[in-house]
Design a protein around this ligand. Structure first.
Ligand code: B3K
Ligand code: ZN
Length: 884
């Protein structure tokens, strides 16, 4: 497959204005008839009409009702002599949903029909100009067997439905909003719906529906509530109303990602839709609220205004992630709960996006080229893209940002646009802002890959009573980008006295202090800011709320970090101090290979957090959770996964032991009584109780004490919700308690009819901390389990991805067996589902940083995959880039 370049973008030679689709749905062979109204694009030179089509059987092509000559060139249907005037094109073809294991296009799952068209799945349904800048109005006629497929859905409004001969029936749908083909969807199956009618602020009535398989209905209440909350939030915060009479969500258990924002007919992975207290954790409840919101918010940011081409993907994804993050923060309400959400988002960014930025697949938020667009639904496009949007808001202010959004929709509603258009709208709505003087430099966030490094050092001048902050930035080279220009980095900051007081901030040349927090804008390679009126060298709290996606080296000592941990008014930086203190202890021993011994300063600091009566339980749990092994690897030039694992294990054990009484007190103080609610306070308590239990069981197993493992088993058995049950099970498994095995067996027996819970069962075993190769051996064994299947993406991810992506110590083995396993699975999966295989292939992104013998063994495994001649373009691109 060729490399596609952003600079080569050309407007289409033809527009498709309307399309009438008719489907005769049969699993083995579905007949598709498509009638399009086509218009030549007068703005560009004449050329043949080239339609995309993949794995289709073409039956006929008519123009204005007459047959026409055409040719098939690779995956394109080419018509050389299309009329100059507007014309009607009719195409008839078949496709084979039942054979479609790639889950892109039209496929079957659990006896129903579903579609996934983003990014280029529509061409696997019928021949089309399958590109996001071609927007058409769709009418859809569905015909299918009535008994097997009583529910027939597509985008927009239901016009008509009725019976046909031979036990078949039909439904006619019409979507009034022009849309790109990637937003088309259809569903046919035996489904039931939770329904709710709402009246929005504007006084309009809407019907909301959540369709699932019979038996799953009671697990849709949270999704429905989240949808209603999302609709209200978007109207209140951004004045963006629901524009359809009917809004539908459908759950499907075979799905390549979380969910899809098809206009008026969102399709969700059941793992991103169904929850009940008995089967889902607090984290699942939060994630589902966020995903329902995300897909709903796409209705404006993505659907009403879409992307001109796929290089602009972050235009909709970064913006929509930003919107769902803001929504979740607003839902969390209390300032401390907002901060917890921010910490979780940043932790996720650092765990997923930072490694991407320093690996073989590093790419800009608006990439310059790709081979397979499916490989670019990445943490960079999504999460770093969201950080870029957040920085606009930081630079122009919250109101300014809302004005910018309003202008964006005024200008571009109904259009397919670019990231430049978005930047222009935000900027034009905010003349004279911090953004307006540096827009071009700011836009380097879109073009330059890599995570900028910011160095900060302070100089105190006692006689002048000034303190000067010297900031410097550098952006390391990434593949294809050796030299980078300075970026615009908003640094939200404050200064503290050593006693913990927030100091007034007055820059040299200013008349008076402007509060105790402000945003400095770093836009040069080096820049200094001098603060006046200071009696002592302050402790700098920089990059508050994580105001830019950079790596900060602030040179703070442990003593200064402890001041921030105790007193900072910014909860994010308090948490950050806890993580930095942990890293300061872990990194030296990982580098040297020496034994780790925790010092009292650290232990006392952590004890104070645990005992604090001001801090929330949720925050405590986050501060007392050690940095992940992946994040630690990120800090090192040469990665030895086994050493990292050993150091983290030792530190955890020492923390468990040194704070044993406090863990016990925390466990007891954080019990939640009464009915289940996933609110921030209750879920924070459960998070801390689970962590405390994990520590207590860990310590007990080491010291040969049975009490805590016994209590954990009891709690596992009696738990009233999945969060506590999973917490207790995890404690047993992670501590390798003797009771872990019986608990796992009991768990399986209890939930054998709940696929989403069985996914958790596999995932926990895939993530368990490695010891002597036992976890790896167990995962290989579990591949033979009757419940395991590579064909269902959730199941494949639960076991294989847990091991390869999230369990470095089990995966990186000196005998290379982990890499052999990986290569085998990538090849096996590639034959079934290239998108899922492409994601698994990404595991080796950073192999060049591995220590020996891992590095050579990784190379060998990569070379073996690369040697396979007929790899999908998904896997081929990832492997080629790893081997460059
Ligand atoms: N837009 C979809 C992702 C489609 C992925 C295609 N490989 C979901 C989302 O971001 O909301
Ligand atoms: Zn999205």
């Amino acid at each position: 497959a060729p490399l596609i370049h952003r600079e080569d973008y050309c407007a289409p030679v033809y527009w498709i204005r309307t399309v009438d689709l008719c489907f005769d749905l049969e699993p083995a062979k579905t007949l598709v008839t498509s009638k399009m109204q086509i218009e030549r694009n007068s703005a560009v030179a004449h050329g043949p009409l080239r339609l995309h089509g993949e794995e289709l059987t073409l039956l006929r092509v008519l123009i204005n009702g007459e047959s026409v000559s055409f040719r098939q060139e690779g995956d394109e249907l080419v018509i050389d002599n299309a009329p100059d005037a507007d014309f009607a094109l009719e195409i008839r073809n078949t496709c084979a949903p039942e054979k479609n294991t790639a889950l892109s296009g039209l496929y079957t799952s659990g006896g129903g029909f579903f579609t996934q068209c983003e990014a280029e799945g529509f061409r696997r349904i019928t021949y089309f100009l399958d590109r996001p800048d071609v927007m058409a109005v769709y009418s859809v006629l569905l015909r299918a067997d009535k008994a097997r497929y009583p529910v027939l859905l597509s985008n927009g409004n239901l016009l008509e439905q009725g019976a046909l001969d031979n036990g078949r029936h039909f439904a006619k749908w019409h979507d009034p909003f022009p849309k790109p083909s990637y937003l088309f969807a259809l569903v046919a199956g035996d489904l039931v719906a939770r329904e709710q009618r709402i009246t929005t602020r504007s006084g309009k009535d809407h019907l909301l529906q959540v369709y699932v398989r019979r038996g799953d209905l009671e697990k849709t209440e949270h999704a429905m509530n989240s949808l209603i909350a999302s609709i209200a939030w978007d109207e209140a915060r951004f004045k963006l109303p629901l524009d359809l009479e009917r809004f539908m969500i459908v759950g499907v258990s075979d799905f390549n990602m979380g969910a899809m924002e098809n206009k008026g007919l969102n399709i969700f992975n059941t793992s991103a839709l169904l929850v009940s207290p008995a089967t889902a954790t607090d984290a699942d409840f939060n994630r589902i609220e966020a995903i329902v919101a995300h897909e709903y918010f796409h209705n404006w940011t993505g659907n009403r205004v879409t992307c001109r081409d796929w290089f602009q993907l972050s235009l909709k994804e970064g913006l929509t992630v930003f919107r769902d993050q803001e929504f979740s923060m607003d839902m969390a309400a209390a300032p401390s709960a907002r901060a917890v959400k921010r910490i979780e988002d940043v932790r996720n960014l650092r765990a997923m996006q930072f490694p991407e930025d320093s690996g073989a697949m590093a790419h800009a938020v608006r990439p310059d080229s790709y081979v397979e667009i499916n490989n670019f639904y990445t943490p960079t496009i999504y999460e770093k893209g969201a950080e870029v949007v957040r920085m606009y808001q930081t630079l122009v202010g919250r109101e300014g940002f809302e004005k910018g959004m309003t202008l964006y929709f005024e200008r571009h509603d109904g259009q397919a646009v670019t990231c430049d258009d978005f930047a222009a709208a935000i900027n034009d709505a905010n003349p004279g802002s911090e953004l307006s003087t540096r827009l071009d430099a700011f836009k380097r966030w879109y073009s330059q890959a890599g995570t900028p490094r910011v160095q900060a050092r302070g100089r105190f001048d006692a006689s002048a009573r000034t303190w000067t902050l010297d900031l410097a930035q550098a952006n390391p080279p990434t593949p294809g980008q050796d030299d980078k220009l300075s970026q615009v980095i908003p640094v939200r900051m404050g200064l503290l006295s050593h006693a913990g007081a927030a100091l007034p901030l007055q820059l040299q040349g200013e008349d008076a202090a402007a509060g105790t927090e402000r945003v400095l804008v770093l836009d040069k390679a080096e820049q200094s800011f001098t603060f006046v009126g200071l009696d002592e060298a302050p402790v700098a709290s920089l990059l508050r709320q994580f105001s830019a996606p950079v790596v900060l080296d602030d040179g703070l000592t442990d003593a200064e970090l402890l001041v921030l941990l105790k007193f900072d008014t910014d909860a994010f930086n308090r948490w950050e101090a806890s993580q930095r203190l942990a890293l300061n202890r872990l990194l030296p021993v990982v580098r040297s290979g020496e034994e780790l011994t925790l010092d009292t300063a650290y232990i006392d600091g952590m004890r104070a957090v645990l005992r604090s009566d001001q801090l929330d339980s949720a925050f405590k749990a986050l501060a007392l959770t050690l940095p992940s092994e992946g994040y630690i690897a990120e800090q090192l030039d040469v990665i030895d996964p086994q050493r990292i694992h050993a150091a983290v294990g030792t530190m955890q054990l020492q923390l468990a032991r040194a704070l044993r009484d406090d863990w016990q007190a925390a466990f007891e103080a954080n019990q939640v009584a009464g009915g289940y609610s996933a609110d921030p306070v209750s879920s924070g308590k459960r998070a801390l109780a689970n962590l405390a239990l994990q520590m207590l069981v860990l310590d007990a197993v080491q010291t040969g004490n049975d009490i805590w493992p016994g209590r954990a088993y009891q709690r596992f058995k009696d738990a009233g919700n999945m969060t506590e049950r999973m917490g207790a099970l995890t404690a047993l498994v992670f501590a390798r308690a003797g009771l872990a095995q019986p608990a796992l067996e009991r768990f399986h027996a209890l939930f054998k009819h709940e696929p989403l819970v069985i996914d958790k069962w596999f995932a926990l075993q895939g993530r368990a901390p490695e010891l002597d190769g036992q976890v790896f051996a167990r995962v290989k064994q579990l591949m033979q389990h009757p419940d395991f299947s590579l064909k269902n993406p959730n199941r494949a991810r639960s076991l294989i991805f847990s091991l390869c992506l999230f369990n470095p110590a089990a995966f990186h083995r000196t005998d290379a067996a982990g890499y052999v396993f990986w290569a085998d699975r990538v090849l096996e999966l590639d034959a079934i589902n290239p998108q899922v295989a492409g994601r698994l292939a990404r595991v080796m992104d950073r192999w060049t940083k591995l220590a020996e013998p891992y590095r050579s063994a990784a190379h060998e495994a990569l070379a073996r995959v690369a040697a396979k001649p007929d790899l999908s373009s998904d896997v081929r691109e990832v492997i080629d880039r790893a081997l460059n």
